[in-house]
Structures are given as C-alpha cells and as structure tokens.
Write a new protein. Structure first.
Length: 482
C-alpha cells in the first residue's frame, strides 16, 4: 500500500513537471513563426495578448529574442505599429554573432512567410496561441495562490481570500480583447463602430418597437403558460432566421429533434405537421425555395446540461464553420444549475446571467422561453409579476415578451402578446395574436389605434397568410366583443 501511494505521488509529480516544461515546441517551428508574424502585423491581437506573452515559452533563442523585442517595443511605444525595419534596428544591437545570424535568418523567413503553401489559418494560430498563454498564465497564478496560502497560514482568512480571489480574477481576464470601450468626445464614429447588429424577428410589429429586431449579444425571453405556444414562438424565430440567410442552432430539452424538425418543416412550408410524412416532396421543395441559412437542432436531456455544456457544443460548431447567428434554447428553465443553491430563484438567475454572458462572448442573439407561474396561467394578459421563479430572469434579459391565451381564446386560436421589457425601445404595448399550431405558426399583429382599423388589419393578415379556416371569423367576433 505504501509503495502504491509513493508511485501515485511520483506519477503526479511527473505530470506536473511536464506541464511546467510545456512550451510552443509541440506546435512546431512554422506555427511559432506564424505567431511571431501575427504579433508584428496585428497590433490589436498583440495588445490583447501582451500581458501574458512570455518569450521563454518559445523553443529557441532566436524566437525568444524576437518575442521579447516585440514585447519591449509595445511597452515603450504602445500607440505605434511595429515594423520589420524597427525590428532589424534592434537586431543590429545583438553582440552575439550566432544569435545575430539566426535572428536575421528568422526575420527574413517571417517577411516571406505569407507566400508559403500549406500554412494553418491566421485565426487558428492566434486562437491556439492565446489559449496556450492563458492556460500557462492561469497555471502559474494557481501555483502562486498555493504559495501565498502556505506562507500566510496564520494571517486573517478574509484577507487571504480577497488576495487570492483578486489573483485568480486577473488571471482569468488576462488575454482578453484590448477594446477599452467608447471615449466620450465630439466624434460620432461610435455610431458606425458600435452599431447594433440586428437579427429581425418574424413579427414586424415587434421589430418596429425593438429598433429592427434582437441584437447580437442580447438575451430575449418569451413567457407563456402551459400549452400556449412558447416552443412554437421559438420555432417561428429560428425558421424566420434561416429564411433570411442567418444560421441558427436550436437546443431542445422538451421535444425530440425529429419533432422540432417537423415544426420547422410545417412553419416553412405551410403544410400541417401531421401531413409532413406524407408530403415530403412538397416540404423539400419549400425548403429549397425559402431556406438560405443553416439550422442545427440538438437535443439534450432536461436538467442535465449547464450553459458550459452549450459553450462546448458551440465550440464544436464553430470548428466546423457552423457558427450560429442566433441560439434558441427550449428552454432555460429545464437546464441544470451551475452551482447548487438552496433557493431555486438564485439558481435560475445565475443560469440567465451565464446565458447573457455567453451571448456577448460568442456574439450571438440568444432566445429562450420560460413558464408563467400558476397565477398567470389563467390571466388574459401576462405581465412580469407572473414570471415563474421571480424577477431574476427579468433583470438579466434584454427583451421579454409574454404570450397569453385563456381557455375561451384557445378554442378560437387567438391570444395577446405583451412587450414587457425592451432595452432597445418602447415597451408596455399589447398586440393581438393569431395561433395556428397545426402549422406551428404564430402571428403577432400590428397594434392599431382604433378597433375598426385593427379589424381591417386582422382581416387582411388572415386572408393573406393564414390557412387555418375559422380563425378570421373567430378573431373578428372576439375583437368586436372587447
């Protein structure tokens, strides 16, 4: 038993030793040359990585010297662009003849590097190098944290916790983008540089209020009661995206991948879901004519995944050149909390916060749905107070709409949508809704000032777009009785 423990300890020490000896040699000479060239030519990338850039991780003395020269230059001249001419001036100061010769040869190779065939993409090299240096920096920081704890065992715990927490925070944020934000001055360049990147929703009524639609980096939540149409609404959004040349990924934890596919088929083709298996040629024809984007449908078991699971899957998609513009999560309430908390309110709140952060990190729009509480299930109009598990979702989401339909309205396939929160424009507006679950279609109609003009809008919308018989007369009757 003692020998076994000793062997395990030795093996662990060997693994730690390998990590400590890690360097860029494992990526090869060409990779390191491409990285050095990127550091010279891409100033923004250099500024983002310079705080964790360590010349000692390069595999030979020449590469180490070039890396240090680059770091010294950006430290001394942070606003200037490094050039090969400036690098050659520094090279001429080298006293060692052998080092001078190898650096000269390597700089010459860097200049000609772009013309060599079979090189990895610049983005691949930059991303791999950034991951490598961030990992090494984090590893060194964790080692320093252990040393700090060992050297301060008698100190006040709160002080040590704060110190270590600060060290880890700095390590995890190192190597991030160098963008410092917008400088408030007399320039209007930010109007172009920071323009909100819009993905339109399938409903012009909401797009008008949301300054064009949902923006990348934003989180939208759709609140509704049981069997009202949350999943159908999410389906409408993803179908509209791929019919407008956007890429979408649909994560489902409630419906199977096949059922989600059938709903998209019905929404795009106008063919009822139950008829899809018997009219595949018509469906495929509609898809070929209308769909210009890509859609990935991925099913996960409910209460088994966290936002980190989705990030891993997104990474796989991006590696296959399938980066989405919009991410649908059906739905976030069915995800597993990253950290266990006694109060579910805080668990769901953290999940929404992580999803909001993921939207920013991956530059995608994320749209999910949430259940209304018991009190809201029978309400004709849902407001924020009827969100299940409280306001934690409302505080984090950029846009919240509610869809409600009581028993009488469900029989007539009608309801109402309430724009409860909207950071990009006005809110507090109610819209009439047409529900057509047979073809997974939801229409949120324009809001009109008078009942008569609203009726005219409804009649026009129904006659032009809706195939479900009886909806027109039912909605007209309902509105006339309001």
């Amino acid at each position: 038993m003692v020998e076994q423990k000793i062997n395990v300890s030795i093996n662990q020490e060997d693994e730690i030793s390998k990590l400590n000896q890690a360097n860029l040699a494992k990526f090869g000479r060409t990779f390191q040359l491409q990285l050095l060239k990127a550091l010279i030519e891409d100033r923004e990338y250099l500024l983002s990585i310079v705080d964790i850039l360590n010349p000692n991780f390069f595999s030979n003395g020449s590469f180490k010297w070039i890396c240090k020269a680059i770091s010294d230059f950006v430290e001394k001249y942070p606003e200037d662009q490094l050039t090969f001419s400036a690098l050659n001036i520094e090279r001429d100061k080298i006293d060692n003849d052998i080092l001078h010769q190898t650096v000269t040869e390597d700089i010459s190779t860097l200049v000609k590097l772009k013309g060599i065939k079979g090189l990895a993409s610049d983005k691949f090299v930059k991303d791999k190098a950034l991951d490598f240096f961030r990992y090494q920096n984090l590893k060194d920081t964790l080692n320093q944290c252990v040393i700090t704890m060992m050297n301060n065992q008698t100190a006040m715990k709160n002080e040590i916790y704060d110190q270590i927490s600060s060290m880890i925070t700095q390590a995890t944020t190192a190597g991030t983008r160098a963008d410092i934000g917008i400088l408030y001055d007399d320039s209007l360049d930010y109007c172009i540089a920071k323009k909100r990147n819009i993905i339109p929703l399938p409903w012009n009524s909401l797009n008008k209020c949301m300054n064009g639609g949902i923006g990348r980096g934003e989180l939208m939540a759709i609140i509704a009661g049981t069997n009202v149409g949350k999943s159908h609404a999410l389906n409408n959004i993803s179908a509209n995206a791929i019919m407008n040349s956007f890429n979408a990924v649909y994560y489902t934890m409630e419906l199977s991948e096949v059922n989600v596919r059938f709903r998209h088929d019905a929404r795009i083709s106008g063919i009822p879901i139950n008829d899809i298996p018997f009219r595949r040629e018509d469906v495929l024809k509609a898809i070929k004519q209308k769909v210009t984007g890509k859609l990935i449908i991925k099913e996960f078991p409910m209460h088994q995944i966290t936002p980190q699971t989705l990030k891993v899957h997104l990474g796989k998609l991006i590696a296959r050149n399938l980066k989405p513009d919009i991410v649908i999560i059906d739905y976030a309430d069915l995800m597993k909390a990253t950290h266990y908390r006694e109060n579910k309110y805080y668990e769901i709140g953290e999940t929404y916060e992580l999803l909001r952060g993921m939207a920013t990190e991956y530059d995608v729009a994320i749209i999910t749905a949430s259940q209304a509480n018991r009190e809201g299930a029978s309400k004709e109009l849902l407001t924020l107070e009827y969100i299940a598990e409280g306001f934690s979702k409302a505080m984090t989401s950029d846009v919240i709409i509610t869809i409600s339909s009581n028993l009488e309205q469900k029989a007539e396939n009608i309801g109402q949508c309430f724009l409860a929160k909207n950071r990009a424009g006005i809110s507090g507006i109610t819209f009439p809704v047409l529900l057509n679950p047979a073809i997974s279609r939801i229409d949120i109609l324009d809001k009109d000032d008078t009942k008569m003009s609203l009726l005219q809008a409804v009649k026009k919308k129904v006659s032009n777009d809706i195939t479900n018989s009886g909806v027109k007369d039912a909605l007209t009757k309902y509105l006339e009785n309001k």
